[in-house]
Design a protein around this ligand. Sequence first.
Ligand SMILES: NC(=O)c1ccc[n+]([C@@H]2O[C@H](COP(=O)([O-])OP(=O)(O)OC[C@H]3O[C@@H](n4cnc5c(N)ncnc54)[C@H](OP(=O)(O)O)[C@@H]3O)[C@@H](O)[C@H]2O)c1
Length: 249
Amino acid sequence: MNRLQGKTALITGGNSGIGLATAERFAAEGARVIVTARRQSVLDAAVRRIGHGAIGIRGDVADIEHHAALADELRERFGALDIYVANAGVNTITPSAQVTPEEFDAQFNVNARGVFFGVQHVAPIIRDGGSMVLISSLAATRALDGHAVYAGSKAAIRAFARHWALEFKARRIRVNVLSPGPVDTSILEKMGIPEADRPGFVKAMAGMIPAGRFGEADELALAALYLASDESRFVNGIELLVDGGMSLN
Ligand SMILES: NC(=O)c1ccc[n+]([C@@H]2O[C@H](COP(=O)([O-])OP(=O)(O)OC[C@H]3O[C@@H](n4cnc5c(N)ncnc54)[C@H](OP(=O)(O)O)[C@@H]3O)[C@@H](O)[C@H]2O)c1
């Protein structure tokens, strides 16, 4: 299928996990894909894997200058974008009593501030009728041990989206939130769970998911494809939970 034929899509955090799977799906559906992330070598490998002329641009979403420079570069190279997927995110698990200001800021700077200023800078170069997909998390609505700060940073995205869906209505730009439940990606390594504890963590989490398993990155990519494409043209301002039913528990 060519559901994104002729479209240009920017995906933050596109060198791994859900972002990479989304970039691969979008490219296979005919989109010109631009992915961003911080680690250059991983970004280079991702661009090779995505193929279809994908482009990688290194940058940190916590840095407002990065968003400004990126928007300028993309305007110059492509004129405008059709799709923005704000996917880059970080997660550490820490009981609230032990959260330091540094850890708090690190999560909010990427997950909330990064999304806010990303959209602020990219919105002017999104074509009228375009689509924004913001990646939040089931954790924003369902309490999970040690996730208070992460949950707060992801809940901000849901709140931003409600406002943006209205702020951009004159330009027919749709803004929807995609909230994954647990998905098997490298975020698990980065969450600070010791390797020895990971099988136990995965088993305990899987037990809370009616599907009985973690999601796969491509299952989230399919949902992102729906929200990004014209198939969802009458869908605006929603949160789509893709969590194997975990929100029901
Ligand atoms: N996996 C899950 O269970 C799950 C559940 C709910 C929500 N989510 C959300 O889904 C999104 C994708 O997560 P994932 O599971 O695919 O994790 P992942 O494999 O760790 O991917 C995270 C991506 O974000 C990039 N990134 C992180 N910090 C960044 C920064 N400051 N600037 C630019 N890029 C940055 C990473 O690349 P670099 O490190 O190279 O920068 C990487 O490409 C995140 O927003 C996450 O919170 C994941």
